[in-house]
Design a protein around this ligand. Structure first.
Ligand SMILES: Nc1ncnc2c1ncn2[C@@H]1O[C@H](COP(=O)(O)OP(=O)(O)OP(=O)(O)O)[C@@H](O)[C@H]1O
Ligand SMILES: [Mg+2]
Length: 236
């Protein structure tokens, strides 16, 4: 009985992202635009969640708030139980680099750096030594299937390959959480499927928590559940 009690049941359900009464209002001249209203979310370790909703409903805003790329007007965001609003800017940027990997619709790669250097950028920015992370780089290049393209520049790759580089870059610091804003929004359906398969593999095999924004029901179906955003509110 004693042993049973010690089984960390709640650990499997650990919330890695929590928002409480989250609001975001943009000021446009004299007008307040309420973009997000009273968002209460809890996303657990290892979940793959899709955020869906009409254009302009606040999906990207929500993702950027969660990732600490923007600040809420009110409310709280906790990442791995750490409250973002009480963290100093420097602490927040460390959290963004180490605990979270970002993937964007337009890849955001550096055109004149080769694939390896693009992937290693978060390591450099974190002041770590490249040579200590060579093995990790090799491993991740295998995972995303780009070992043979490591010396190429982004413009020599297809859109799907470029997005796989961006996913590799998001993984290099071994974050717990991957946030992806329309990761296949710019890709044809076959390439999009390949990228979604890769994200699923990363979720299942590496246990990463993934939150993606998507317009496509098909790509949302790769996740465990959908969070619907409409008029700045969440409908789960
Ligand atoms: N920096 C900003 N200043 C003012 N308004 C903004 C800003 N960023 C976003 N908005 C507004 O907030 C609303 C939500 O924008 P957001 O980008 O989150 O929508 P979205 O759901 O991601 O849409 P899409 O599907 O088109 O990407 C929009 O009305 C947008 O105009
Ligand atoms: Mg958006």
């Amino acid at each position: 009985m004693e042993a049973l009690k010690r089984i960390p049941i709640t650990e499997a359900q650990r919330a890695v992202i929590e928002t409480c009464s989250l609001y975001k209002t943009y000021k446009l001249g004299a007008v307040d635009v309420e973009v997000l209203k009273d968002i209460n979310l809890s996303i657990h370790e290892g979940e793959f969640v899709s955020i869906m909703g009409p254009s302009g409903s606040g999906k990207s805003t929500l993702l950027y708030l969660i990732g600490g790329l923007d600040k809420p007007t009110a409310g709280s965001i906790k990442i791995n139980s750490k409250e973002l609003s009480v963290m100093k800017d420097k602490e927040q940027s460390i959290l963004r680099r180490r605990d979270i990997g970002f993937v964007f619709q337009f890849y955001n790669l550096i055109p004149n750096l080769n694939i390896e250097d693009n992937i290693m950028l978060p390591i450099l920015l974190d002041g770590k030594r490249i040579r200590d992370h060579r093995k990790k780089l090799d491993e991740i290049l295998e995972v995303v299937g780009l070992t043979d393209r490591r010396g190429h520049t982004p413009r020599e790759l297809s859109g799907g390959q470029q997005q796989r580089v961006a996913i590799a870059r998001a993984l290099i610091n071994e974050p717990d959480i991957i946030l992806a804003d329309e990761p296949i929004g710019n890709l044809d359906s076959k390439t999009g499927t390949e990228v979604m398969e890769l994200l699923r593999k990363i979720n299942k095999e590496k246990g990463k928590t993934i939150v993606q924004v998507t317009h496509s029901r098909e790509s949302a179906a790769y996740g465990d559940r959908v969070i619907n955003v409409k008029d700045g509110r969440v409908w789960q």
